[in-house]
Design a protein around this ligand. Structure first.
Ligand code: AMP
Length: 281
């Protein structure tokens, strides 16, 4: 496994691989890897001859400096996990090279950024798209794999890829969950044992809401009421049924059948997001 630390080396590797006729699949991450990330790596491996994984905690997408400060990091452990997955390249760019002039003035923006997490995380999606855009240029992959756990992020990356003609095949990966249903996340490590067991309320509530929504004659308002009742003990940024394409809340009198359930819930001050399609198996 090759560890690449500069943008120039990354570009050289990618160009040489392409010249040699190899296909490339790329998995961007912020590290502190778990089975969710590794499932993306395995999907990447199915698609291409060579797999590139990046680890970069992107300061530009943290609207809260305390969140950036507390973001868990363990590069030696991450490298061992990636080596065991037979990853070809780990790209570890550094902030000085990524942002030589400080925060960039040019921003990619899109109306979808105003919905869901965009309402409470100003600048987050602009910062995320900026780094994903540049990582895609530097790694120049045929495929890039993203998890549906970050549903809004995935939609924005698909839009960027299409509208800016980046020509990458975007692969979307299902949410990997803990045995009690909690979506795996690097942030889960910040929960105490008590908080961790409380957090199971999130997937339990999504499953219950999906069951309710699947019954004949149930309205969006009834599903939203269930979500707010079950999560009443916690601060939430949102917990409702959304249109999976526009990410706008479905209106109360609509059928929730083709909706997306999405929540952002704070447990012990840790912001946890999760989602599921109502008609998902
Ligand atoms: P992160 O390191 O949190 O920025 O995530 C890197 C990639 O892993 C993103 O495409 C995420 O959507 C994906 N990811 C994170 N957690 C999960 C999960 N539990 N299941 C599937 N994909 C995930």
């Amino acid at each position: 496994m090759l560890v690449i630390e500069t943008i120039a080396d990354m570009k050289r590797y990618s160009a040489a691989s392409r010249a040699a006729g190899c296909s490339l699949a790329f998995v961007p991450t912020m590290g502190y890897l778990h089975e969710g990330h590794l499932s993306l790596v395995r999907l990447a491996r199915e698609r291409a001859n060579r797999v590139i994984v990046s680890i970069f905690v992107n300061p530009l997408q943290f609207n809260d400096p305390a969140d950036l400060e507390k973001y868990p990091r363990d590069t030696p452990r991450d490298l061992a996990l990636l080596e065991a997955e037979k990853v070809d390249v780990v790209f570890l760019p550094n902030s000085q090279e990524v942002y030589p002039d400080g925060p960039p003035g040019l921003r990619l923006t899109h109306p979808l950024m105003q919905e869901l997490c965009g309402k409470t995380r100003p600048g987050h999606f602009e910062g995320m798209l900026h780094i994903v855009h540049n990582l895609l240029l530097w790694t120049n992959p045929h495929y890039a794999v993203f998890g549906r756990k970050d549903y809004q992020q995935l939609k924005l990356i698909e839009i960027m890829n299409r509208e800016l003609s980046l020509g990458v095949t975007i692969v979307s990966a299902p949410i990997i969950r803990e045995p009690d249903g909690l979506a795996m996340s690097s942030r889960n490590a910040r929960l105490s044992a008590a908080g961790r067991s409380q957090a199971a309320v999130i997937p339990r509530t999504l499953a219950e809401a999906a069951r309710l929504a699947g019954q004949p004659g149930i309205s969006v308002a009834e599903v939203n009421l269930l979500l707010s009742q079950r999560l009443a003990a916690f601060k939430t940024d949102y917990a409702a049924v959304f249109d999976p394409q526009t990410l706008k809340p479905l209106s109360d009198n609509q059928s929730p059948r083709n909706g997306l359930l999405a929540v952002a819930v704070y447990i012990e001050g840790v912001r946890l997001i999760d989602n599921r399609y109502i008609n998902e198996e």
